[in-house]
Design a protein around this ligand. Structure first.
Ligand SMILES: [Zn+2]
Length: 179
């Protein structure tokens, strides 16, 4: 196990500050099943008070952004995911704004749950423009699938932890080859 579930994982992964909330949102569904871990969905705790529509919107946004983080590693994105993502983002209150000095930004145009989700989407849009979103990836270990930030220069990282999942999967592949 690479880290304790209760420790600040974003810090452990050295996630750039603008993407920390996105990292935490995407990992609010903890799909890890190795070691003592069990799958766990912390979305309700992450969202706080919200209605059924907002919860559904949050689930769609998380699912589609996670699929995109997987695509950041594999290079393949299902077209149905792209359509679902477009629908979810159309329901979010986003505004383009002048930030002064010729710079433009995207921000949430409302508060509450939909505003919080819009803030996340705005962070992803900005990060996709500056190249940092392309480094948010889903771990290639099928029993982990943790979203991590790839610090490798060539952007070819596959595991949330080389020492943890990387070693585990290499050992497993080796055993399968020699069995
Ligand atoms: Zn992993």
């Amino acid at each position: 196990m690479a880290w304790d579930r209760d420790k600040p994982a974003a810090e452990h992964h050295r996630v750039p500050p603008p993407l920390v909330a996105v990292f935490e949102f995407l990992n609010s569904c903890d799909l890890r099943t190795f070691g003592e871990h069990e799958p766990d969905d912390g979305l309700v705790g992450w969202l706080g008070e919200c209605d059924a529509d907002e919860r559904e919107l949050a689930l769609t946004l998380r699912r589609t952004l996670r699929a995109m983080a997987r695509a950041n590693r594999t290079g393949e994105l299902d077209t149905t995911v792209a359509t679902e993502f477009a629908h979810a983002s159309a329901a979010l209150p986003l505004h383009a704004r002048s930030l002064g000095g010729g710079a433009l930004g995207v921000t949430a145009a409302a508060g509450g749950t939909s505003g919080a989700l819009a803030d996340l989407l705005a962070a992803v849009i900005v990060a996709s423009a500056d190249g940092t979103w392309a480094r948010m990836k889903e771990c290639a270990a099928p029993d982990c699938r943790w979203i991590f930030y790839d610090h490798a220069k060539p952007r070819n990282g596959r595991w949330c932890s080389t020492a943890g999942c990387g070693n585990r999967m290499k050992t497993r592949a080796y055993r399968n080859r020699t069995a």
